[in-house]
Design a protein around this ligand. Structure first.
Ligand SMILES: *Cc1c(COP(=O)(O)O)cnc(C)c1O
Length: 391
């Protein structure tokens, strides 16, 4: 017996699915230095340009000066500090829910919420395009796990009819690789009719969506009775790191008592919570960031239509261009990089087979002129690509 890792790696390479990490040698922003070259990046999730905002940086530095660096222990021992607590209170107020609970990452928040709420004898129903962390959480929970067709309330109803025990319906708010919005009003209505709870992971909605950045629930005007379990992550539009679950007093106390990914891990550095408190303030109040971003989205979409690019149905800063074959998406990305643009080729298993894409993301830190330059480069590279045959 041996682990034939070399064969596994070779097979991945042969399928054009090999992953490589671009080495970033600058802060986040439109202009980055990657593998020693200046590039214009259209692939980060820093949608509001807060990851390197001077006031957020200062809050982190001041936080470290006051609170030190390490969290020191888990929240239940001696790691739950005043900055964490203040941030939880601010996030509860922001989301209009009684309580919020802070996590070190979105992956852990999702594992925690799903596994604490459902187990053997229960059911978890997920959109088939949900983020990997939600799918992993469902599988790990031990509950009966079923996927419904993407954003399809009728398919959800079919699954709900077969569900047993406590039933949790789980969906991305904004789908991370497609950019489209969950049809929450219909999905929530279907779930409520069957007494199921809805959990929404709005990692990409908080910040860009909603009049005040409150994400998809603000966008649709949905309350805690529609979405009892609301997850947000802090590493995207918030520009910092971590995540939160917002909901009722009972929900949050249940997570504190029973959620193993909450209990058995060190709290995030308190200075990080100080930084997020500042970025939350900017995210809520600086509406011009959302307005500028929406102008860029409209400009990009109009330009892409003109070029005949395969846009997806997305009103958000995630504007993927569907390519199909992984090799083709890689080649497109490589041609763009030669011209000074960084756009990631997203391939299976992150997306379904045959749907490799260029995941273009926009940020309020981009200028209109930069978006125009990207469009010009996309047109040029498209013309250089061989017509697609394989899939
Ligand atoms: C990024 C992401 C996560 C994971 O959040 P991290 O804080 O990066 O671990 C979870 N859900 C969705 C939809 C995401 O896009």
């Amino acid at each position: 017996m041996s682990f034939d890792l070399a064969a596994r790696l070779a097979a991945r390479r042969a399928e054009h699915l090999y992953r490589q990490r671009p080495l970033l040698d600058s802060p986040q922003g439109p202009q980055v230095l990657v593998d020693g070259r200046p590039l214009l990046a259209f692939c980060s999730n820093d949608y509001l340009g807060l990851a390197n905002h001077p006031e957020v940086v200062r809050a982190l530095r001041d936080g470290a000066a006051h609170w030190g660096v390490g969290g020191g222990a888990s929240h239940l021992v001696v790691g739950h500090g005043t900055p964490h607590h203040r941030l939880e209170e601010a996030l509860a107020e922001f989301t209009g829910r009684p309580r919020a609970l802070l996590f070190s990452s979105g992956y852990m928040a999702n594992l925690a919420a799903v596994t604490a709420l459902v187990g053997q004898g229960d059911s978890v129903l997920e959109d088939r395009l949900n983020h990997a962390s939600l799918l992993d959480a469902g599988l790990l929970s031990g509950a009966r796990f079923a996927r419904y067709l993407h954003n399809d309330p009728a398919s959800l109803v079919g699954r709900l009819e077969k569900a047993t025990g406590n039933t949790l319906v789980v969906t991305d708010g904004v789908f991370s690789m497609d950019g489209d919005l969950a049809n929450l009003p219909a999905l929530c209505a279907a779930a409520r009719q069957k007494g199921a709870w809805v959990m929404v992971d709005d990692a990409h909605g908080f910040g860009p969506l909603g009049a005040h950045g409150g994400g998809i629930v603000e966008h649709f005007g949905l309350g805690p009775e529609d979405v009892p379990v609301l997850v947000g992550t802090l590493g995207k539009a918030f520009g910092t790191a971590g995540a939160f679950v917002a909901g009722s007093e009972e929900l949050i106390e249940t997570l504190i008592q029973f959620a193993r990914p909450y209990i058995y891990t060190t709290s995030q550095p308190p200075a990080l919570a100080c930084a997020t408190l500042k970025s939350l303030e900017l995210l809520r109040t600086e509406d011009w960031r959302r307005e500028h971003l929406n102008r860029l989205i409209a400009r990009f979409r109009a330009g892409a239509v003109e070029l005949g690019l395969a846009l997806m149905d997305s009103p958000t800063p995630i504007q993927p261009l569907l390519i199909g074959a992984s090799a083709c998406a890689l080649e497109f990305s490589r041609l763009l990089r030669e011209r000074g643009f960084l756009v990631g080729a997203i391939r299976p298993p992150t997306v379904p087979a045959g749907t490799a894409r260029l995941r273009v993301t926009l940020s309020s830190a981009h200028s209109e002129e930069q978006v125009d330059r990207l469009l010009a480069a996309l047109g040029e590279c498209q013309a250089l690509l061989p017509a697609e045959e394989d899939a």
